[in-house]
Write a protein that binds this ligand. Structure first.
Ligand SMILES: [Zn+2]
Length: 195
């Protein structure tokens, strides 16, 4: 159990730094989570810090309802998204949620994003779904819309959120982060081809 925690923590910190360096979220936006195997707990980013500032001193543990279990700071408001995905989909080990520009543009203009790079075609074989949630934060109603994406398309590795960004999932945070980068690359090419 302790080794799982160590692996999860290291994976989290590496992926968070990478997402920050890749410019996937401005300001203190975006958040990652890693499921702790065998427990209904996840590592999450505290509210009010950037992805680039996450380290062992400020990382926190939350349950799947988004309640703080261990740590000094508050979980981000978007923690519900992560917990709900872990509850429903046992194959998901980590969630990366970020706000890159081209993904937002495509989500605002289109109802789905076609795959226009070979890299993305290796990740999935259907267009990336777009979820049009009207609320600023993802509440229960928003989660119902997200679950309907999984019901309709099966276990998708990513989806876009209108006026907001993207969500990528994987076995590890690093894997989910790579997918997030490929989604944003695809979004940039897709937008240049369609505008
Ligand atoms: Zn967000």
């Amino acid at each position: 159990m302790y080794l799982d925690f160590l692996k999860g923590k290291n994976d989290y910190i590496r992926a968070s730094a990478r997402a920050h360096q890749a410019g996937l979220a401005a300001g203190t936006g975006g958040n990652l989570s890693v499921r702790l195997q065998g427990e209904e707990l996840m590592l999450v980013k505290p509210s009010g810090i950037t992805l680039g500032e996450v380290d062992e001193t400020n990382l926190i543990l939350a349950d799947f309802e988004g309640r703080l279990v261990e740590g000094d700071m508050k979980p981000t408001k978007e923690t519900l998204l992560h917990g709900e995905l872990y509850k429903r989909y046992p194959h998901i080990g980590a969630v990366v949620h970020v706000h890159p520009i081209y993904s937002i543009i495509v989500a605002n203009v289109f109802d789905e994003m076609g795959l226009v790079t070979k890299q993305m075609k290796q990740v999935m074989d259907i267009p990336v779904p777009v979820c049009k949630i009207k609320n600023n934060t993802i509440n229960r109603e928003g989660m119902d819309m997200i679950h309907s994406i999984f019901v309709k398309n099966g276990d998708v590795p990513c989806f876009l959120l209108e006026e907001h960004g993207l969500v990528a999932v994987g076995k590890t945070a690093l894997e989910a982060c790579y997918i997030a980068e490929l989604v944003e690359e695809n979004a940039k090419v897709f937008w240049e081809m369609h505008r």
